[in-house]
Design a protein around this ligand. Structure first.
Ligand SMILES: Cc1cc2nc3c(=O)[nH]c(=O)nc-3n(C[C@H](O)[C@H](O)[C@H](O)COP(=O)(O)OP(=O)(O)OC[C@H]3O[C@@H](n4cnc5c(N)ncnc54)[C@H](O)[C@@H]3O)c2cc1C
Length: 325
């Protein structure tokens, strides 16, 4: 078992996280490059059924870690459970995606093993040592680092990997591994789960129609809501908008908001400040609607309309309706 790549597969009470496909794809590709086996790590009994989904990404082995202490998420217990597995199988790499939970669990693993942790990486490769590029300062800086360690613990920057199913009839072996955990480790416990958004969320929506200061008022967002509804998307906004109290912080895109990766991002009256851009830059296609052709968002977008958004959005809505009728 020496030298395999362990990939932490994020889930909540047996519900696979949307980021899991990124983690499994990244781990499989790294395994291919390094000629090493990849194994998924499923924490808790609730995750036992997730093996089949891991197989779709070409991973052929999963360890399901079980203990009565792992009945729900806890960073300390999940971290220690992965440490117990690592002590048994001496992996060369432990990977995750740099979501809040992915980074929280791997930070626990790294601290408990006394190993270095490279969070939010975009490139991980092996030369004489590990050569890593990672995102710093909320995305405004890419840092190249060298990690000289037998065991690498790293998370991939969320949305930097395109999840890819592995073609063919994929089989997986799920090995259940009982781990001995001290119940007093369970210091962080989930007391309640509150659903803030029904249906499509900002971070998973395939279309996001976002408004900035240029929208002018809270009422001005009615047009953006209508367009987002028509396109099956969600409304986002800039911090200027949340600062003005026009929308709630849950809608904010950016460094101190949500990071998104939709197929289409429609940025209306948003200048594209770096703190906004880092949250939107993973979008596949960007349409900027802005009166200023020099605005950052316009220069970075693949498509732009230089005009007043209050004229452009109603015209787009009308055209979408006309084509559908
Ligand atoms: C620590 C820190 C964290 C931050 N985090 C975030 C974050 O997470 N997200 C975020 O968004 N910002 C964040 N900011 C704020 C950021 O720096 C910008 O101030 C903010 O993004 C600007 O919002 P805006 O583009 O809506 O407004 P502005 O910069 O004022 O731009 C308004 C744009 O609207 C255009 N416009 C005006 N009227 C119209 C019209 N009628 N039709 C079309 N276009 C029009 C203008 O040409 C302009 O380009 C952060 C700042 C700091 C210091």
């Amino acid at each position: 078992m020496m030298g395999e790549i362990l990939v932490f597969v994020e889930h909540d009470q047996g519900q696979l996280s949307p980021s899991a496909g990124e983690a499994l794809t990244a781990a499989r590709e790294l395994g291919e490059r390094l000629s090493q086996k990849t194994a998924a790590v499923l924490v808790g009994q609730a995750a036992e059924g997730l093996g089949t989904m891991c197989a779709e990404y070409g991973v052929q082995l999963a360890y399901c870690l079980t203990s009565p202490v792992l009945s729900d998420y806890g960073p300390e217990t999940w971290g220690q459970a992965i440490v117990e597995l690592a002590n048994q199988c001496s992996p060369s790499v432990i990977l995750s995606v740099g979501t809040d939970r992915g980074n929280e669990v791997l930070a626990q693993v790294a601290a408990r093993l006394g190993a270095p942790f490279a969070a939010n990486s975009t490139v991980v490769q092996r030369g004489d040592a590990w050569e890593i590029t990672r995102v710093q300062w909320g995305g405004s800086l890419l840092e190249d680092i060298v990690v000289d360690s037998e065991l690498l613990i790293a998370s991939y920057n969320h949305h930097s990997i395109e999840p890819a199913f592995f073609p063919g009839d994929n089989e997986i072996e799920v090995r259940t591994v009982g781990v001995e955990l001290d119940p007093t480790l369970g210091r962080t416990v989930i007391r309640d789960r509150v659903t803030l958004t029904e249906g499509v969320t900002l971070s998973t929506a395939s279309v996001v129609v976002s408004g900035g200061r240029g929208v002018g008022s809270a009422d001005g967002f009615a047009q953006l809501e209508e367009l987002a509804d028509l396109l099956g998307g969600r409304v986002g906004c800039s911090r200027a908008v949340t600062n003005n109290g026009w929308r709630s912080h849950a809608d904010q895109v950016g460094q101190t908001g949500t990071r998104i990766a939709p197929e289409i991002y429609i940025a209306c009256g948003i200048s594209g400040a770096i703190q906004h851009w880092v949250g939107a830059m993973a979008s596949k296609n960007i349409l900027a609607i802005n009166t200023d052709r020099e605005a950052n968002m316009v220069t970075k977008a693949g498509y732009a309309v230089i005009a007043d958004l209050h004229e452009v959005i109603p015209a787009v809505i009308e055209e979408v309706k006309r084509r559908r009728s």
